[in-house]
Design a protein around this ligand. Structure first.
Ligand SMILES: *[C@@H]1O[C@H](CO)[C@@H](O)[C@H](O)[C@H]1NC(C)=O
Ligand SMILES: *[C@@H]1O[C@H](CO)[C@@H](O)[C@H](O)[C@H]1NC(C)=O
Ligand SMILES: *[C@@H]1O[C@H](CO)[C@@H](O)[C@H](O)[C@H]1NC(C)=O
Ligand SMILES: *[C@@H]1O[C@H](CO)[C@@H](O)[C@H](O)[C@H]1NC(C)=O
Ligand SMILES: *[C@@H]1O[C@H](CO)[C@@H](O)[C@H](O)[C@H]1NC(C)=O
Length: 325
């Protein structure tokens, strides 16, 4: 069971910026982040300070994407942080071991005694938040939206589904990862396929309705999920489609991790600042049990293998624009 320790919050002035490329931005991006956070960690907010032994044997999993010592993405975050600190910080003592674990893709925690204490102490630094955000963007969010742009996706729901898949399954082209699922989805279209979304993609030379494409994508993704067609991610996106919530403007109706309807709103935010309006009930309506108890299981994304989960990728320009000292 994935349990969170309390995060240390840092009051700060992150700057919101518009994300230059197409793909998710602003309110729809906020909603996408909240939604995926619910699937991954049972709360709409990113957890910068969480650190614990990974359920799936990938070493320590920590931070907003459950960056793992055994998959290499944690080492990327720490190298990025070293860039901001001049290389002398609480993680320096672990550099040799972390580089080796990343190289070997080893989940061994030997030589990493005190790593989670270090992680939790670093989280008081905005530089560390920026480092997490930069790697989150680089490995997960940006690649997911590049795939979306290349497909010509225009609807928030499909852009968000690609982001969520990158987080859960990695953003590589391998089978079961985002790019592999897209490839299988495209291969399934062998004729023009109309629909009601008013957005038409060009797939294999055919005209394919964007929501018809997304529905197929979700069906194919389900094949790789432990829970198959009952995967909460797949069910919730199918629910959003059933409500015809294609373009997100302010609120969306979703399913929580218990399969109960609830709403997400852009009045809330995925960023865990103390002065932000966060309604912890926002995601679950009447079905809140479990939402704050982190009932969802988690696994970790790998930068090398087609990974299991990887929390988000997101970052939008938000992180990129955030403060480097
Ligand atoms: C850190 O800085 C080096 C040198 O400027 C750069 O090549 C690298 O991409 C930066 N980021 C990481 C994660 O190493
Ligand atoms: C996936 O494959 C496409 C071409 O088939 C390529 O353009 C893209 O860069 C690849 N993406 C990744 C993440 O490897
Ligand atoms: C598609 O366009 C038609 C005609 O403009 C409109 O009635 C319909 O509501 C649109 N559908 C969506 C999902 O936006
Ligand atoms: C598919 O749709 C395109 C227009 O989007 C059209 O030009 C083409 O003739 C259609 N093909 C078939 C087989 O209907
Ligand atoms: C979600 O919002 C819709 C539309 O505003 C509303 O009808 C519904 O009752 C809300 N659901 C929950 C669980 O709060």
């Amino acid at each position: 069971m994935f349990k969170f320790t309390s995060s240390v919050f840092v009051a700060s002035a992150f700057l919101f910026s518009n994300f230059a490329q197409a793909g998710l931005s602003d309110c729809p991006k906020n909603l996408a982040f909240q939604l995926t956070n619910v699937f991954q960690i049972g709360t709409i907010k990113f957890q910068y300070g969480n650190c614990e032994v990974d359920d799936d044997g990938h070493g320590y999993a920590a931070g907003i994407a459950n960056f793992c010592t055994g998959t290499g993405d944690a080492w990327e975050v720490i190298q990025e942080y070293h860039n901001y600190t001049g290389g002398n910080d609480v993680f320096t003592q672990y550099d040799k071991v972390l580089a080796q674990r990343a190289e070997d893709e080893s989940g061994s925690t030997s030589g990493l005694s005190g790593y989670c204490d270090a992680w939790q102490s670093a989280v008081t630094s905005q530089k560390f938040w920026s480092a997490q955000g930069a790697i989150f963007d680089k490995l997960y969010f940006t690649p997911s939206q590049t795939f979306a742009d290349n497909l010509g996706l225009k609807l928030s729901v499909s852009q968000a589904a690609l982001y969520d898949t990158a987080i859960s399954r990695g953003a590589s082209n391998s089978t079961g990862s985002l790019g592999g699922i897209i490839k299988s989805t495209n291969a399934a279209f062998t004729a023009n396929t109309s629909g009601d979304s008013n957005s038409t993609l060009k797939i294999n030379g055919y005209s394919v309705d964007e929501i018809k494409w997304l529905s197929k994508f979700l069906t194919i993704r389900a094949k790789y999920e432990d829970d198959g067609a009952k995967s909460v991610n797949v069910l919730s996106f199918q629910y959003i489609i059933s409500k015809k919530e294609y373009v997100w403007t302010h609120d969306i109706q979703v399913l929580n991790n218990e399969g109960k309807p609830g709403n997400l709103t852009c009045d809330n935010s995925y960023l865990p600042y103390p002065d932000q309006k966060i309604n912890s009930l926002a995601t679950c309506g009447d079905g809140c049990e479990g939402i704050d108890g982190y009932s969802s299981s988690h696994s970790s994304a790998s930068t090398k293998s087609s990974g299991l989960f990887a929390l988000s990728a997101a970052a939008l320009g938000v992180f990129a624009a955030s403060i480097l000292f």
